[in-house]
Write a protein that binds this ligand. Sequence first.
Ligand code: SF4
Length: 81
Amino acid sequence: MKKIKVNTDGCIGCGMCYNSDPVHFGPNEEGYSTVISEENIDVELVQNLVASCPVGVISLVDEDEKECTCEHCHCHDDEAA
Ligand code: SF4
Protein backbone atom coordinates (compact mmCIF):
# COMPACT_ATOMS: atom_id res chain seq x y z
CA MET A 1 0.00 0.00 0.00
CA LYS A 2 1.19 3.48 -0.82
CA LYS A 3 1.48 6.27 1.66
CA ILE A 4 1.51 10.02 0.97
CA LYS A 5 4.08 12.23 2.64
CA VAL A 6 4.22 16.01 2.62
CA ASN A 7 7.07 17.98 4.10
CA THR A 8 4.88 20.78 5.40
CA ASP A 9 7.93 22.79 6.46
CA GLY A 10 8.98 23.14 2.83
CA CYS A 11 5.51 23.77 1.43
CA ILE A 12 4.88 27.27 0.06
CA GLY A 13 1.10 26.98 0.27
CA CYS A 14 0.38 27.30 -3.43
CA GLY A 15 -2.71 25.12 -2.95
CA MET A 16 -2.19 23.00 -6.04
CA CYS A 17 -2.28 19.65 -4.25
CA TYR A 18 -5.23 20.24 -1.93
CA ASN A 19 -7.25 21.92 -4.69
CA SER A 20 -6.55 18.98 -7.02
CA ASP A 21 -7.11 16.25 -4.41
CA PRO A 22 -9.06 17.67 -1.47
CA VAL A 23 -9.81 14.16 -0.20
CA HIS A 24 -6.19 13.41 0.67
CA PHE A 25 -4.62 16.84 1.08
CA GLY A 26 -5.77 19.83 3.08
CA PRO A 27 -4.33 23.13 4.24
CA ASN A 28 -3.27 23.60 7.82
CA GLU A 29 -4.08 26.84 9.67
CA GLU A 30 -1.28 28.62 7.82
CA GLY A 31 -2.32 27.35 4.38
CA TYR A 32 0.45 24.78 4.10
CA SER A 33 -0.42 21.33 2.88
CA THR A 34 -0.93 18.36 5.14
CA VAL A 35 -2.08 14.82 4.49
CA ILE A 36 -5.64 14.42 5.76
CA SER A 37 -6.39 10.89 4.51
CA GLU A 38 -4.52 7.82 3.31
CA GLU A 39 -7.66 5.98 2.21
CA ASN A 40 -8.15 4.90 -1.43
CA ILE A 41 -5.23 6.83 -2.83
CA ASP A 42 -5.40 7.50 -6.57
CA VAL A 43 -1.77 6.62 -7.25
CA GLU A 44 -1.71 8.19 -10.70
CA LEU A 45 -3.18 11.47 -9.42
CA VAL A 46 -0.80 11.63 -6.49
CA GLN A 47 2.16 10.82 -8.74
CA ASN A 48 1.13 13.80 -10.86
CA LEU A 49 0.99 15.96 -7.74
CA VAL A 50 4.43 14.71 -6.70
CA ALA A 51 5.75 15.78 -10.11
CA SER A 52 3.84 19.07 -10.11
CA CYS A 53 4.56 20.40 -6.63
CA PRO A 54 6.69 23.50 -7.31
CA VAL A 55 8.97 22.79 -4.35
CA GLY A 56 9.00 18.98 -4.53
CA VAL A 57 7.82 18.29 -1.01
CA ILE A 58 5.22 15.61 -1.80
CA SER A 59 6.25 11.98 -2.02
CA LEU A 60 4.50 8.67 -2.43
CA VAL A 61 6.19 5.78 -0.65
CA ASP A 62 5.48 2.15 0.04
CA GLU A 63 3.95 1.88 3.47
CA ASP A 64 6.61 -0.47 4.80
CA GLU A 65 9.45 1.48 3.22
CA LYS A 66 11.76 2.98 5.79
CA GLU A 67 11.99 6.75 5.60
CA CYS A 68 15.66 6.82 6.44
CA THR A 69 18.21 4.59 4.77
CA CYS A 70 21.16 6.21 6.48
CA GLU A 71 23.55 3.58 7.83
CA HIS A 72 24.89 5.83 10.55
CA CYS A 73 21.82 6.96 12.41
CA HIS A 74 20.01 4.87 14.99
CA CYS A 75 16.45 5.75 14.12
CA HIS A 76 15.51 2.14 13.26
CA ASP A 77 17.39 0.34 16.03
CA ASP A 78 14.17 -0.57 17.83
CA GLU A 79 12.83 -2.26 14.68
CA ALA A 80 15.79 -4.66 14.54
CA ALA A 81 15.23 -5.93 18.08
S1 SF4 B 1 1.67 21.59 -4.27
FE1 SF4 B 1 3.47 21.58 -2.93
S2 SF4 B 1 3.82 23.74 -2.42
FE2 SF4 B 1 1.76 23.59 -3.26
S3 SF4 B 1 0.43 23.38 -1.44
FE3 SF4 B 1 0.92 21.31 -2.18
S4 SF4 B 1 2.74 20.67 -1.00
FE4 SF4 B 1 2.53 22.90 -0.82
